[in-house]
Design a protein around this ligand. Structure first.
Ligand code: NAI
Ligand code: MG
Length: 394
């Protein structure tokens, strides 16, 4: 059988550090693959005026699976300033290449597992009568990844036709006299096929992995049309999954409940914005940015990435101190997507062993300030953490 090819996109900053670490673990765990490097990110913007070159899109089209590190984004003024002199004034406009990838390949299903590794000092704990308890959180957030408040359909000073269209809604009357420059509108667009796809993906995942409940985390009592559509579709789809309960929680209440009884939840499904919020909320209970991984899955292409960014300051340390686990867990998600469950389980078990043992901890796990001094205070380096995980593979 031909070796599986994987498009590897390290990007910027610590993306360049953690991605090779994940590849080391994949290799040590016995995954037979060939990495195919692809360029993405800030350096490409500065050098070529495009952070997501066509050749990268072509490679993803060819191979269908990508591992992505992180990219640096900067505000428009800096983007213009850092562009190579010969490219200036030629109409190049910076855009986020990861959002670009999601849109180009319609990577509409985002999966963000938030699971406790027992023994992680960063885990959520709770005071109880018996003392301090550490509930095991096992939540998987399904976030619609391409629509909603991130669809980009928005205006300040909307054109006359837009104002006229809004004026057809009775509730717009109280905004009708607001001067254009004082009126900003960001639209929240849900389409039924995309809503169905994310809700179905959530139920199928719950059924396959034995979760008891799927929670729609939206706000249908206020945002009736969009959140309401998701809840209605979830009710219809739930009928095909009689063994799985459908819960309905408002996003605001959910943010409170997740700090009271996070272990009660299983699979959660949300639109783009609320999915972003609730997944960060649960990630914070299960180790934070050093542990948060995500999958972006479309029909023809899937890209796997840690939630964290390029943390540029950390990329300049002589010995890297950042936690490679979020990137390694992103590779684990990729393995699961490719049907390599046994290798995925081996790597997860190795991470669990290292965390439980507690001998090797990166600065974040040791709760130390993120400076190079952390190493002198006993924190493990990025490489030492990866080495420990590789050594713990059974
Ligand atoms: P960031 O996630 O890069 O870093 C924030 C802080 O989190 C760091 O200062 C560090 O304390 C901690 N951290 C991040 N990754 C860690 C790891 N693996 N281990 C231990 N600690 C870790 O977010 P920030 O500083 O807001 O953004 C930096 C750059 O990254 C910006 O240019 C931003 O636009 C970009 N970004 C890119 C993302 C992506 O590529 N998907 C996502 C978020 C930000
Ligand atoms: Mg986020």
């Amino acid at each position: 059988m031909a070796r599986r090819t994987i498009v590897t996109m390290p990007g910027d900053g610590i993306g360049k550090i953690v991605l090779p670490e994940a590849l080391r673990v994949l290799e040590a765990a016995g995954f037979d693959f060939e990495p195919v490097h692809a360029d993405i990110g800030w350096e490409l913007w500065c050098r070529e005026g495009n952070p997501l070159p066509q050749r990268t899109i072509d490679l993803l089209e060819e191979h269908g699976v990508g591992l992505f590190g992180a990219i640096t984004s900067k505000p428009p003024a800096e983007a213009a300033r850092e562009l190579a002199p010969e490219l200036r004034g030629k109409g190049h406009v910076y855009y986020s290449p990861i959002v670009g990838l999601r849109q180009h390949f319609d990577l509409d299903v985002s999966i963000r597992p938030c699971r406790t590794f027992p023994g992680n000092p960063l885990n959520f704990v709770r005071r109880s009568r018996e003392g301090v308890e550490e509930p095991e959180v096992d939540v998987v957030v399904f976030r619609q990844n391409t629509e909603g408040l991130y669809s980009g359909v928005e205006w300040t000073n909307p054109p006359e036709q837009v104002r006229a269209a809004f004026a057809t809604h009775p509730k717009f009357a109280r905004f009708a006299d607001v001067p254009g420059d004082d009126l900003a509108i960001s639209t929240r667009i849900f389409t039924r096929p995309a809503v169905r796809r994310i809700v179905r993906a959530a139920f199928e995942y719950a059924a396959k992995h034995g979760y008891r409940s799927v929670t729609v985390c939206e706000k249908p009592n206020v945002i009736r049309q969009t959140s309401g559509m998701m809840l209605a579709e979830a009710r219809a789809i739930q009928e095909e999954f009689p063994g799985i309960e459908l819960w309905n929680t408002n996003i605001d209440a959910q943010m409170m409940w997740l700090t009271k009884n996070p272990e009660a939840y299983g699979v959660i499904v949300s639109g783009n914005m609320f999915g972003d919020i609730v997944s960060d909320g649960f990630a914070g209970l299960t180790g934070g940015l050093g542990f948060a991984a995500s999958a972006n899955i479309g029909r023809t292409c899937a890209v796997f990435e840690p939630t964290h960014g390029s943390a540029p300051k950390y990329a300049s340390y002589e010995t890297s101190i950042v936690n490679p686990i979020a990137m390694i867990l992103s590779a684990v998600l990729m393995l699961e997507h490719l049907g390599e469950q046994a290798i995925a389980d081996r790597i997860r078990a190795a991470i669990a062993r290292v965390v439980a043992e507690g001998r090797v901890r990166t600065y974040d796990m040791a709760r130390l300030p993120g400076s190079p001094d952390a190493l002198k205070q006993g924190a493990a380096s990025t490489t030492e953490m990866t080495d420990a995980i590789i050594a713990a593979l059974d």
